[in-house]
Design a protein around this ligand. Structure first.
Ligand SMILES: NC(=O)c1ccc[n+]([C@@H]2O[C@H](COP(=O)([O-])OP(=O)(O)OC[C@H]3O[C@@H](n4cnc5c(N)ncnc54)[C@H](OP(=O)(O)O)[C@@H]3O)[C@@H](O)[C@H]2O)c1
Length: 325
């Protein structure tokens, strides 16, 4: 049921709508009568293009903008800093400035990579930023531009996003596990996996409260409940997938991050403390394990249905599909 039954739906402009979080948010808000969604892929709205932003804002006149666009590739950012800053810092600054001119609040996604990762127990919103690389620094600069240019903003820092599409750890691990006998996973980096659908749920809840008059602008943290390592996350992914198929992998090897050749240094602790979000908006962390189970079940349901359709299903296939659904 609608939270504000007699109010007009809020008009939400979503940028980066084809990304992991963008897709999840569009899917969720399009089903919600409280919202009227205008979603823009990079082709429809390039946030590094000032004129395109100005034209789109004037055309749509949204009540809120949610920026899901980002240069998100941590290692390539080290080799191509210009692209990372152009999008994560300057593009975000343009968006914030133009939203400011029209008094449109902006909800923006940032990252645990603004921290150096030395606090094993996790980070509060007020802890000092100290990015280790270009990606984290570009995200931090984007945040600072927003704070300077647009008081009515929400910056939501999230971590370790997984979903059914795009470049993410869940899909990379599943791919490896289906083709390789032995796979490695880092066991000295701690964090909280977070499903894109779960972030969408959080953004939806925040938007509803803002639309109902909450004046709670500022920076917040959100991640799935339960701290783990990349190794622990890999174990959970393999266990979930083995419910539906026999995997090629027989060995999961824990390794130190020192043994993984990567261009960018990564925070040892990506743990975000989320009590400010709970105390301000009443939004609780949801366990990533149940989100993982749901997503893996859905991935196999889609895959088995596709396989079954292409082979015109035997009774055995139908049983497998039923199990995954
Ligand atoms: N993924 C994570 O683990 C993670 C962790 C912490 C924070 N975050 C933050 O969360 C946000 C969303 O992440 P995500 O995982 O959903 O990212 P994603 O899947 O990489 O999606 C980003 C989207 O931005 C679009 N984009 C790229 N350049 C653009 C431009 N100039 N103008 C407009 N759109 C552009 C991309 O379009 P194309 O597909 O056409 O390139 C893509 O659809 C980002 O700000 C990211 O920094 C992500």
């Amino acid at each position: 049921m609608s939270a504000t039954p007699f109010a007009e739906p809020s008009r939400i402009l979503i940028t980066g709508a084809r990304g992991q979080i963008g897709r999840a948010l569009v899917r969720l808000l399009e089903r919600d009568p409280d919202f009227n969604v205008v979603s823009c892929s990079r082709r429809q709205l390039d946030i590094t293009n000032r004129k395109q932003i100005a034209d789109k804002l004037a055309e749509v006149l949204p009540d809120y903008v949610v920026n899901c666009a980002g240069f998100n590739r941590v290692d390539p950012a080290e080799n191509d800093p210009q692209q990372a800053y152009a999008l994560n810092a300057q593009g975000v600054a343009e968006l914030a400035a133009l939203c400011g001119e029209l008094s449109i609040p902006l909800l923006h996604l940032s990252s645990d990579y603004v921290f150096d990762g030395h606090y094993a127990s996790g980070y509060n919103e007020s802890d000092d930023a100290a990015p280790l690389g270009i990606y984290g620094d570009s995200k931090w600069q984007g945040e600072e531009h927003i704070r300077r240019l647009l008081p009515r903003h929400i910056i939501l820092r999230v971590s370790w996003i997984f979903s059914e599409s795009g470049n993410n750890f869940l899909l990379r691990t599943l791919e490896q596990a289906r083709h390789e006998r032995s796979i490695q996973a880092v066991d000295d980096r701690r964090g909280c996996p977070t499903s894109a659908d779960d972030v969408a749920r959080v953004l939806q809840a925040i938007l509803k409260q803002l639309a109902n008059g909450a004046e709670a602008w500022g920076t917040y943290h959100y991640c799935g409940a339960e701290v783990t390592t990349r190794y622990g996350f890999s174990e959970a992914i393999l266990a979930a997938a083995r419910q539906y198929e026999e995997l090629a992998v027989t060995e999961l090897v824990p390794v130190s991050s020192r043994d993984m050749p990567e261009a960018a240094e990564r925070p040892a602790s990506s743990v975000l403390k989320c009590s400010k979000l709970l105390n301000t908006f009443g939004i609780r962390q949801r366990p990533w394990r149940s989100e993982l189970q749901r997503l893996v079940r859905e991935l196999y349901a889609v895959q088995l249905l596709e396989e079954a359709q292409s082979r015109r299903v035997g009774a055995g296939d139908a049983d497998q599909v039923a199990k995954a659904q």
